[in-house]
Ligand binder design. Structure first.
Ligand code: SAH
Ligand code: SF4
Length: 354
């Protein structure tokens, strides 16, 4: 018996082709999509709009696959973290962040991450595997199903993984999020550690969602050290790609800058940052480093964060200090690891290295 096909793995065209090939009514394609993406059906039985006969014919050859929520934790600030298990037993996390009239879900694009940034817990386990498009999208469907009648309004690809290192699946997921779930492109942000050529491949291939770039340093010496990807695409190459990135009117690139005490938080860094970003329509998000075990990096004092910010605002830049939420449940930026242990923990070493 051949394996049943998970309908969520199919794009709209593939689903329509599948229906046709199997002699099923092709005009049902959009209804099926609606049940999956707008009514969050997790099994064919739920699709009561279809006759019993159609449901059982579909069930012979297909299923609706789902990520399984294995843990749901709530932070004292209202942030919630969801741990999902995938069909092969791997796990990923998503974080739901309520804020005024928005409900933002921070989703993962990979199990682990190969980029190895020194300040990030996700990077500590290395890359385990890429997520498939449907696994990226299903984080949203699962959470929407759990919080109904509320609904996620904004998406950030800032969870586990480097989205542009899983380019094709992420592009397909973005298409489905816009087309089938109906979240506007303006309410979706993709964050990258700076894979310069891939940044320039996005326009034309993916819906034009917002771009965020994790810059985190102003010299190659420091960036090489804390973000190894910089050795391949140094700051000049990355900034050049950002300058060439086509921006719609009223859109801006977000530059994320994790402030780490004594590493990248000096007034000189702030002045260099102003010079680097001059002429790019952008805003800067300063994220004071979120500590986690296994890293001896330090969060700067409130005073130096504010001093850094002031130099940027004096340089006419738009700057926000982004206090990550959910720190008490390890849901803040850089604290996700999807239940995986880091290489350091596995090898039984205690304490952090510098
Ligand atoms: N891989 C992508 C998206 C996921 S990381 C990227 O790097 O952009 C999301 C954000 O969390 C990045 O801006 C990263 O710089 C930041 N981050 C990672 N570890 C952090 C930590 N320990 N404290 C604060 N921010 C962190
Ligand atoms: Fe990967 Fe982003 Fe973490 Fe770097 S900061 S290790 S790119 S998830």
């Amino acid at each position: 018996m051949s394996k049943k096909i998970n309908l969520k793995t199919l794009s709209r065209d593939e689903l329509s082709g599948f229906m046709e090939e199997r002699g099923l009514p092709n005009y049902r394609t959009d209804q099926l999509l609606n049940w999956i993406y707008a009514r969050y059906a997790t099994s064919l039985d739920e699709i009561t709009e279809f006759s019993k006969d159609l449901r059982s014919r579909l069930a012979e050859i297909s299923t609706i696959g789902n990520l399984v929520v294995v843990a749901r934790q709530r932070s004292s600030d209202g942030t919630e973290k969801f741990l999902f298990s995938l069909e092969d037993g791997q796990t990923v996390e998503s974080v739901l962040i309520p804020d005024k009239d928005r409900l933002t879900l921070c989703i993962s694009s990979q199990v682990g991450c190969a980029m190895g940034c020194r300040f990030c817990l996700t990077g500590a386990a290395g890359l385990i595997r890429n997520l498939r498009a449907w696994e990226i999208v299903d984080q949203i469907l699962s959470v929407n199903r759990l919080i109904a009648p509320e609904k996620i309004s904004n998406i950030v690809l800032m969870g586990m993984g480097e989205p542009l290192a899983n380019f094709d699946e992420v592009v397909e997921a973005l298409k489905r999020i816009v087309l089938h779930i109906g979240i506007s492109k303006r309410k979706i942000t993709l964050s990258t550690a700076g894979l310069a050529p891939k940044i320039l491949e996005l326009p034309g291939k993916a819906p034009d969602v917002n771009l965020a770039v994790s810059l985190n340093a102003t010299t190659d010496a420091v960036r090489d050290r804390i973000m190894p990807v910089n050795r391949k695409y140094p700051i000049k190459t990355l900034i050049e790609a950002c300058r060439r990135f086509p921006l719609k009117p009223r859109r801006r690139i977000t530059f994320e800058y994790v402030l780490i005490a004594g590493v990248n938080d000096s007034p000189e860094d702030a002045r260099r940052l102003v010079r680097l970003l001059r002429g790019i329509r952008c805003k800067v998000n300063l994220i004071p480093f979120n500590p986690h075990e296994g890293s001896d990096l330090q969060r700067p004092s409130r005073f130096s964060v504010l001093a850094f910010q002031k130099i940027l605002t004096d340089g006419n830049m738009t700057v926000l200090i982004r206090e990550s939420k959910g720190q008490d449940i390890l849901a803040a930026c850089g604290q996700l690891r999807g239940g995986h242990t880091s290489r350091k923990e596995e090898s039984g070493r205690s304490g952090a290295e510098t």
